[in-house]
Design a protein. Structure first.
Length: 358
């Protein structure tokens, strides 16, 4: 049995790292195709070295582009590789154009496909990620869902139950594997001159928050008020996409420590020590929940409803009054919660499913 792992972004590298390690330990015949969808080394290549993962056998060098151009180029190059390598199964995780191209290329060649983190829905079709999720779930052979919520969603969409497997989320495996390493090795708090639990960690890069001037002005206004609302310093590792949009619209964030993107271990250390996390990232909502750090999500919806249900997360959009209420909620209800995404053995469950289906 030969397995192809297709990935292309920082979250995919992180979330697939436990599977890659497991395949190494079990001597599984596999190879990695890396689309290079991210265009910054700090956002991408450094993660393989930092996480001590084997280098990908194939780097496609796709980089940033419009959706059709990017996905089409990936599809052409991935198809060439899988025709050459003839894997039995293609595995991909998440909702990016890399995931869509990889699963589509394999499906068209009648190669079995596994979608890791299947069944997530924001029900916001304006998000390109939502379209990618729906297509990938529709055509994949193995749908590895984090919780029963996603299983019920897929059943409601008419997908056969024998394609759906509740495995938990590999992000739990990754966080548990990397947490101690990050705490032991990272010096990021010292380098930024910040103290544990005395800062808010922000990430923001979603198109709905940064692509238009109106939305970006609201985002800047909110970030500039967070210090006054919370009494905490504000640390913002800025995504290249957001920086480019700020420059384009001649906007400036004045009341936050804006820094370059970080390696995973430094970023994980910042998450672990944060007093509050503010994000528009789905994966970081999960990581905050797993790490027991209160989270406020600057979106109107989430494909991670479990984080809301357990009390780890609040949705506020870019509304300052809603942000104030969410912050007060966390202050008044900071009693902890149970992680809903599994016990850290998702990778083993995924491998067991694949082996049992061959």
């Amino acid at each position: 049995m030969k397995i192809a792992i297709i990935l292309g972004t920082r979250p995919e590298i992180i979330k697939m790292s436990p599977i890659i390690r497991l395949f190494e330990d079990k001597n599984i015949d596999y190879f990695i195709i890396h689309s290079n969808q991210h265009y910054s080394k700090n956002m991408d290549d450094v993660f393989f070295k930092e996480l001590n993962l084997p280098a990908p056998e194939y780097n496609l060098g796709i980089g940033s582009a419009d959706h059709g151009n990017q996905t089409g180029n990936m599809l052409i190059k991935i198809e060439e590789i899988i025709l050459k390598e003839k894997p039995d199964v293609v595995l991909s995780q998440g909702d990016t154009n890399t995931v869509l191209a990889g699963i589509l290329a394999a499906a068209k060649q009648n190669i079995k496909t596994g979608h890791v983190e299947a069944g997530l829905r924001s029900y916001d079709r304006r998000m390109p990620e939502e379209k990618n999720r729906i297509i990938c779930d529709t055509i994949s052979d193995y749908l590895f869902v984090p919780t029963m919520i996603q299983k019920e969603i897929l059943l409601g969409e008419g997908i056969s139950e024998n394609r759906i497997f509740v495995t938990g989320n590999t992000i739990v495996d990754a966080v548990l594997q990397h947490k101690k390493i990050a705490m032991d090795q990272s010096k990021i708090l010292n380098s930024l001159n910040i103290d544990s639990k005395q800062y808010v960690l922000i990430t923001a890069h979603r198109a709905l928050n940064v692509d238009t001037k109106n939305a970006l002005e609201k985002l800047v206004n909110l970030i500039d008020q967070i210090n006054d609302i919370t009494g905490l310093k504000v640390v913002y590792p800025m995504h290249p996409r957001t920086k480019a949009k700020l420059d384009h619209y001649n906007l400036n964030i004045s009341n936050a420590l804006c820094i370059d993107p970080l390696g995973y271990l430094d970023f994980l250390a910042l998450e672990i020590n944060a007093g509050l996390i503010v994000t528009d990232s789905g994966g970081i909502q999960e990581e905050a929940c797993i790490l027991s750090i209160p989270c406020i999500t600057i979106r109107e919806n989430t494909e991670r409803p479990e984080t809301i249900t357990v009390g780890a997360n609040k949705l506020v959009g870019l509304n300052i009054d809603s942000f104030k209420k969410a912050f007060k909620y966390h202050i008044d209800n900071n009693k902890g919660w149970k992680n809903p995404f599994g016990s850290g053995h998702t990778s083993e469950k995924i491998l067991e499913v694949i082996k049992s289906q061959q």
